[in-house]
Design a binder for this molecule. Structure first.
Ligand code: ATP
Ligand code: MG
Length: 574
């Protein structure tokens, strides 16, 4: 479902005074700068799938435009033909739509501006502000200097305008091999800002571009493209992450030298999440080396991955709004994201019963040929969701962990002689067990009390536990995939010397349960639909499902188990 900017209700980015980006826009609107118009853009490079970090930028840019009745463009910064692919463009478009945003007719590509950028490069050469340099990439690095030492000027810095024009033209027509020459801006090799030390504007790359094909064999650098693309599109507030703060003087320099319109760049903090990596390069490694099943593996922090996992656009937007923006980079707890997922799914996910590790229960005094339909509430949080009928019969499945032959203290679920309530069913009492040759319990024998239909005893007697179940004859066999975090370390980049980040991969991040039994209403459940399996957590139907055999991904547990673990650890220590 997509929503146009103007349809988005409550402005999700309203974070009060702490949102300095919004404050800046408010100030500009008051002073009438930019004609009080808001125009932002989200500028991904199509070299991978979008991740939850990008969602923060998307929500900020599209959210501000929506809040102020402005516009937000989607622009692909596609200046690097070697790493970019149409597959990525398509997935990015899908993901931004899925998050609920709409760029209307403003889908742009930096590659659309290659002719203009080339003309601007020529303009800078004519003005004596750019030169063709014959240093190799390695030499350019060496000449560049360091933070404490100024750089050295290239021996090619003082070529004449004519020579530069001639060489640049011949670079374009393909006369020179890759890496043999560059076009550089003539700024200041002694600048304390390394970005200003005669940055490269164009490099030679004899490579096909996913949009311009073989038209070009020189490509503009990102830094020579980004500010001008914003300028061409009339962007008012160019909102980007903090690492671009040091690039702003260069963007400003280009715009000044070219004498073209200046957007206002504003930098904010990148999202980092515990137990998660948000770098397209590293995510690509995970995909290419087969550590995950693909970009949309439900363990991936990509938007396509977390969608498949069962996270909702609403939850992600709420999360992004809750974390706000700031001027210093930090790390957000993964549990905060999960909290927002849980909160959203609690409102929308229908409740169903599913048994992940089945144990057979036979109710000895229940008629063999009887089937009753028990009325069950679909969502206690949403009366309009109504009720459904769930079949009940003599043979049921319950969770293995809901029965103990030798119950420890504090264990109130089913055990020999103990009576429990079956959710929406009857009270049952365990009368015995059947074991296999190895001594394992393979069946629990029970009796039921027909007077307790619906879950209450007329004589007022109580049970301490309510467990879920499915009717064996009616249940649908299913596969359930349980996920744990992909990394074992809160900071997956923290490695011993000589190790790669992959050393921190969690070997048990995926557990597949193939023998699950779910209530019959889940037969044919459409992919990406959400459910709460009572007592177990939130689950989402995987596209691997077939109509006869649904496959579910566990989205998130019902409670924040991590907080619980931390609490119990603290208690042990204290
Ligand atoms: P990566 O390091 O994952 O490759 P990137 O910054 O190179 O990310 P781009 O495609 O250039 O990826 O990003 C598009 C926009 O999204 C940029 O404006 C960038 O600042 C923003 N962005 C990327 N990662 C994050 C993040 N973790 N948090 C917030 N914004 C981000
Ligand atoms: Mg980038």
């Amino acid at each position: 479902m997509t929503t146009s900017n103007s349809d988005l209700e409550a402005p999700k980015t309203r974070n009060g005074p702490s949102n300095f980006v919004r404050e800046m826009i408010l100030r500009d609107n008051e002073t009438g700068r930019f004609g009080a118009r808001v125009h932002t853009r989200f500028p991904p490079e199509p070299n991978g799938y979008l991740h939850i970090g990008h969602a923060k930028s998307i929500c900020l840019n599209f959210g501000l435009a929506a809040e102020f009745g402005g516009k937000c463009n989607l622009r692909f910064d596609d200046t690097n033909p070697c790493k970019e692919e149409t597959e990525y463009v398509e997935s990015i478009i899908d993901s931004v739509r899925w998050l609920g945003f709409d760029w209307e007719d403003r889908l742009f590509y930096a590659s659309d501006y290659f002719d203009q950028l080339y003309a601007w490069a020529v303009q800078l050469i004519r003005a004596g502000k750019a030169y063709v340099c014959d240093l190799s990439p390695q030499e350019i690095k060496e000449y560049r200097g360091t933070l404490t030492e100024p750089g050295r000027e290239s021996p090619w810095r003082n070529r004449t305008v004519e020579e530069n024009l001639d060489l640049f033209e011949r670079m374009r027509t393909g006369e020179f091999p890759d890496g043999s020459r560059t076009l550089r801006a003539k700024v200041d090799m002694a600048s304390p800002n390394l970005n200003m030390r005669d940055p490269v504007m164009y490099r030679i790359l004899h490579a096909e571009h996913h949009r311009t094909g073989g038209k070009w064999c020189i490509y503009p650098m990102y830094d020579f493209t980004h500010g001008q693309s914003d300028s061409i599109e009339g962007i008012r507030h160019s909102i980007c992450t903090l690492e671009f703060e040091d690039h702003r003087p260069l963007y400003d320099w280009y715009l000044d030298q070219l004498g073209i319109y200046h957007p206002q760049q504003i930098e904010f903090d990148r999202l980092n999440l515990t137990y998660t990596l948000l770098s397209k390069r590293k995510l690509l490694t995970l995909v290419q080396d087969g550590h995950v099943k693909g970009w949309d593996d439900p363990r991936m922090p990509t938007l396509s991955g977390i969608r498949r996992r069962g996270y909702t656009p609403e939850a992600i937007r709420n999360f992004c709004s809750a974390i706000g923006v700031s001027k210093t980079n930090g790390t957000i707890e993964l549990s905060l994201l999960e909290h927002h997922v849980r909160e959203d799914l609690n409102k929308r996910a229908p409740r169903v019963m599913a048994v992940l590790r089945p144990l057979r229960v036979v109710i000895e005094n229940y008629p063999e040929d009887l089937m009753e339909e028990m009325e069950a509430v679909n969502n206690p949080e949403d009366a309009s969701a109504g009720t459904r009928r769930v079949p009940f019969s003599r043979v049921l499945y319950i969770e293995q962990e809901d029965f103990r032959e030798d119950p420890p203290k504090q264990y109130y679920r089913l055990s020999p002689g103990r009576e429990v309530r079956l959710r929406y069913g009857y009270f049952i009492r365990c009368t015995g067990v059947v074991k296999d040759e190895a001594g394992r319990v393979i069946e629990v024998r029970c009796t039921y009390d027909p007077a307790t239909r619906g879950g209450n005893a007329p004589d007022g007697r109580k049970v301490k536990s309510t467990i879920h179940w499915v009717s064996a004859a009616h249940a649908v066999a299913a596969e359930v995939r349980l996920y744990d975090s992909l990394f074992t370390k809160a900071n997956p980049n923290e490695v011993e010397e000589g190790q790669e980040f992959t050393a921190n991969l969690n070997p048990t991040s995926l557990e597949v349960l193939t023998g699950c039994q779910v209530e019959p209403g889940l037969r044919g459940a459409p992919p990406f639909s959400h459910y709460q399996f009572e007592r177990l957590g939130y689950f989402c139907v995987d596209p691997d499902s077939t109509p006869e055999r649904p496959v579910f991904n566990r989205t998130v547990g019902l409670r924040d188990t991590w907080a619980k673990i931390e609490k119990s650890q603290k208690e042990q220590v204290g």
